[in-house]
Design a protein. Sequence first.
Length: 275
Amino acid sequence: MTTANKAFGLLSAGLLGLGLLATGPANAADDGTRIDWGPYKVDEKRSGYTYAGAQTRAMQDDEFQNPAFLWLERGMDLWETADGAANTSCADCHGDAEESMAGVATRYPIYFDDWGKLMNIEQRINWCRETQMQAEPLKWESDALLGLTAFVKNQSKGMPIDVAVDGPAAPFFEQGKAFYETRRGQLDLACTHCHVDNEGNLIRAETLSQGQANGFPTYRLKWQSVGSLHRRFRGCNRNIRAQPYPYGSDEYTNLELYVTWRGNGLPVESPSVRK
Ligand code: HEC
Ligand code: HEC
């Protein structure tokens, strides 16, 4: 196969996939079960939870079945563990996370003056490690950073997302929005084509959700692991054969603000379970 043929093959495979788009059953999850949406739908905003099948939802709902709690427990231990040249722990400064971290995740990403740009929870944790604990930053997608992020976000569980996109955050929000609407990759698709225009439709065997951020970090059955929102962005970029951006890149943090804002009002659900 020539390179051109190969590219055409990939492209047509992708378009075929889109050609196979089918309308999903109304008001139902991807296994056809109807659920009481409860807090997971606010106005027209629907959490990924409302598209997940009954088994996946049951896994998320039960802390003992939800595999993400293994990561979260790791985060809980790290919260208490002294580290770095300053030999301090998160708890030394922030005390009981249930109090000090309640509601924090509803506000991130935020504009951070010292950086002149946005900061998400992962970046805040590493900022604390570097500047407050004189410790090495934790690697993206390490169990430690995923665990601490899940632990911090879980303290806001059930609280409505309320990120600010005005004031100094506005230009970063605009960049995130532009990213969301820009076609890219060999399949020449923008996020909007799948998560806005085709929300609720089936693509291959999957029901397209609104692509909300409120459940992250999430345990994905496909990954057999917890992963960050940026990992999901990379996956969605790869699926349309676009070059993914690095974890923690400005592009993805700006995109995170836009995607999180789309879900303003939805409850924080971390750590969620998805297919
Ligand atoms: C070709 C279609 C397609 C495109 C384009 C696409 N995605 Fe997705 N995305 C999916 C599928 C399929 C899933 C898994 C099912 C679902 O939740 O929609 C998914 C899942 C997600 C999720 C997880 C939702 C949850 O509740 O766990 C997020 C967040 C997301 N996408 C964001 C994006 C962003 C941001 C872009 C643009 C950079 C993008 N997607 C582009 C197909 C797409
Ligand atoms: C030496 C003290 C110190 C230590 C240790 C520390 N932090 Fe912080 N942390 C701070 C300060 C100071 C701020 C900024 C407070 C502000 O901006 O109001 C902060 C802010 C935060 C925030 C954002 C809170 C908000 O309301 O926006 C999070 C999340 C956080 N820290 C997590 C952690 C985690 C997780 C650890 C352990 C890995 C940790 N911190 C260790 C001092 C510390």
